[in-house]
Design a protein around this ligand. Structure first.
Ligand SMILES: Cc1cc2nc3c(=O)[nH]c(=O)nc-3n(C[C@H](O)[C@H](O)[C@H](O)COP(=O)(O)O)c2cc1C
Length: 194
């Protein structure tokens, strides 16, 4: 995890305002693994939409969201062609939906070892499986765990998504509350009709 600790008030003060709201909403979910599930939408190579669930892995600085994926997956090729994405994150207990628009920031894959080590052996195992989305071969090996001694494979990718626009829909009040923040506008809060 690269989420900054809140011990540093300087860091907290410089965070985009939606980060504190999102943190509060995540806290309402407790230790539910589902609280870290979000949907990532990309553009398919044929220009039509693609969406799937990923696990939120943490923040890099105030406004870069981290995900882990497999370089061999379709989404990686899609990001190479079109790095603009949308994310949708539903926090059901808080009755809040966050929608983020962002851009994949290509980077040197040198910080991967720490991220790989932070995964559990079961979490790592998926990267030991054959290429996702390819036809299933009967003889293929699908390990249940990869232990700490296994180096991060070349196809283990940490995606950093630079968030440029954040939108919250909060269903807890009447009327519902809809707030927009844009990075180019210094994350100034703008209330919208729900
Ligand atoms: C709860 C849940 C969590 C998932 N987490 C991840 C993840 O963190 N990274 C990932 O690449 N795929 C994850 N997947 C699998 C993706 O949803 C998707 O099936 C896979 O990445 C292949 O997508 P693609 O063919 O569009 O590239 C998860 C699926 C589920 C249901």
């Amino acid at each position: 995890m690269t989420e900054p600790s809140n011990q540093s008030s300087n860091i907290a003060a410089s965070l985009p305002p939606w980060r504190a709201l999102l943190k509060g909403a995540r806290a309402r979910e407790g230790r539910q693994p589902t609280a870290r599930w979000l949907q990532l939408a990309t553009t398919g190579l044929d220009g039509t939409p693609r969406v799937r669930t990923l696990v939120f892995r943490g923040w890099h600085g105030g406004d870069r969201l981290e995900l882990y994926t497999d370089r061999r997956s379709a989404k990686f090729e899609e990001l190479v062609q079109q790095p603009n994405v949308e994310l949708c994150w539903l926090l059901p207990k808080a009755k809040q939906q966050y929608r983020f628009r962002g851009t994949w920031m290509r980077q040197e894959q040198n910080s991967n070892t720490q991220s790989w080590q932070n995964l559990t052996p079961r979490g790592r195992a998926l990267w030991g499986w054959p290429a996702p989305g390819q036809p299933l071969e009967r003889e293929a090996d699908f390990p249940e765990e990869l232990d700490d001694s296994v180096a991060p494979p070349e196809h283990f990718v940490v995606l950093q998504l630079q968030i440029n626009r954040a939108e919250l829909l909060d269903l807890t009040r009447h009327p519902h509350q809809r707030i927009l923040w844009c990075r180019h506008d210094a994350w100034r809060e703008q209330q919208l009709n729900p």
